[in-house]
Write a protein that binds this ligand. Structure first.
Ligand code: PLP
Length: 441
């Protein structure tokens, strides 16, 4: 039985009505401590949330700890982790080398109001690794990196407008949040629109090499080059957002795609699981922020380039060599095929989109080419997510999953088998099947 303590006035009514009752009851029955913790948290945080994406109906599983490729919740249930904090834990949870590097930091100081060696070491590693990054500055998040990149672009061009992709995500700060007047949205992978969406007024064009939050929709290299060309043509700054994509190629995706962005934004994995962001790119643009340049663009931040994040990030980056990236991408390819085959065998088709080791499982067999396709079959998505949690597989509500180097082939097989089990269960729910196949219920 569902208890009223766990329900919220703003919960997703759709999810409640379409997720098979046996899944909801099994989810609820095994998680009394999560339910009680969620109820407690609502007294201090709105909807028990401090970060969009962590709430889902009927109440989120509350995590106690992470151990490599597994998460353990407050009820003692274990999960194979294929979220890895939305790509920031490329080596899984509490990776021993990262943890070992952090040990001395906790004794010697986590942050100083000064230049320090670990900051320089991470900056040097990133400059050496990413060809388009000649200089860089650190921030505390990807959102802050986007904000700084925009300020640099505005200073360099004297213009204010920005163009980003429909379904593109660059962070949770204005003007990157929805509905801001300075933003023009251009359809992703549509070259014909660029003439009118990138103009003489455009200060910067921000683009992901694949739409991450938009459904893991790969960018057509021809489109990405056309964006770069059009930005150059009108004198706008071309910013490639590599906040998720850096993991997909040894020198990042700007390099693997042959792009020469003016600026690159970074975050997530470069902090080894601690808060970080960075803007790198052309030296002349970054020099606009130098204290040695009169009238420079000021950029402050109490925790910018703190010791802890730089040390953890350096350790994580060192482990992410070409062999590790190759393993991740190959494993992801195998998992994508396995999940699609599971859907076919179960009679509830799914489509898996993929960019390197980042994937998104979409209910239905119709191609997923645009963010609106990634929003289809919301009930089926919610049921799949909750069903997988019941099976001990930790994924995201929207269906995005990504791999870590901590995963073993056996754990990857268990993830695929989890999909098989849940899809076989969902195929018996006519409303979900109809939603996934696009047939009227
Ligand atoms: C492509 C992309 N850009 C920017 C961001 C914002 O980064 P952060 O959450 O560190 O602010 C994200 C976060 O998901 C992202 O995926």
């Amino acid at each position: 039985m569902l208890t009223s303590a766990a329900t919220s006035p703003t919960e997703t009514v759709d999810a409640r009505s379409v997720i098979p009752v046996d899944i909801v009851e099994r989810y609820h029955r095994a998680r009394p401590t999560s339910a009680a913790t969620f109820a407690r948290a609502r007294a201090s945080m709105p909807g028990a949330e401090t970060r969009a994406v962590t709430y889902y109906w009927p109440f989120p599983t509350v995590i106690d700890r992470g151990e490599g490729a597994e998460l353990v919740d407050v009820d003692g249930l274990r999960y194979i982790d294929v979220v890895n904090n939305y790509t920031s834990l490329v080596h899984g949870n509490a990776q021993p080398e990262v943890a070992a590097a952090l040990g001395p930091v906790l004794r010697r100081g986590t942050v100083f109001p000064a230049l320090h060696d670990s900051q320089i070491a991470l900056a040097e590693a990133l400059v050496a690794r990413i060809p388009a990054v000649e200089l860089l500055r650190f921030t505390n998040s990807g959102s802050e990196a986007s904000a700084l990149a925009l300020r640099i672009a505005r200073r360099a061009t004297g213009r204010r407008s920005i163009t980003i992709a429909e379904g593109g995500y660059h962070g949770a700060v204005p003007p990157f949040t929805s509905g801001e007047p300075e933003i023009t949205r251009t359809p992703y992978n549509d070259i014909s629109a660029l003439q009118s969406t990138i103009t003489d007024d455009t200060a910067a064009v921000f683009m992901e090499p694949f739409l991450g939050a938009g459904g893991v929709i790969p960018g057509d290299p021809v489109f990405l080059h056309a964006v770069q060309r059009r930005a150059r043509e009108v004198g706008a700054i071309f910013v490639l957002d590599e906040i998720q994509s850096l993991r997909n190629a040894p020198r990042g995706m700007a390099d693997s795609l042959g792009l020469q962005p003016d600026l690159i934004t970074l975050a997530k994995l470069i902090g080894g699981g601690l808060p970080i962001g960075a803007v790198g790119g052309r030296a002349d643009l970054l020099e606009l922020t130098s204290p040695l340049v009169p009238g420079r663009l000021d950029h402050a931040g109490t925790l910018n380039g703190n010791v802890a994040a730089c040390v953890a990030g350096r350790a994580a980056l060192r482990r992410l060599d070409a062999a590790a990236i190759d393993w991740l991408n190959t494993a992801a390819e195998g998992l994508a095929l396995g999940i699609e085959a599971a859907g076919e065998a179960a009679g509830l088709p799914v489509t898996v989109t993929r960019a390197g080791s980042i994937l998104n499982v979409h209910p239905g067999s119709a191609p997923v080419r645009a963010p609106r396709d990634a929003g289809r079959a919301a009930g089926c998505r919610a049921a799949l997510h909750l069903g997988l949690l019941v099976e001990g597989i930790y994924t995201t509500p929207r269906g995005m999953i990504n791999l870590s180097t901590a995963l073993t082939p056996r754990q990857l097989d268990r993830v695929r088998d989890g999909y098989t089990t849940v899809l076989e269960r969902l195929v018996n729910a006519p409303a979900l099947l109809a939603e996934a196949t696009g047939d009227a219920a």
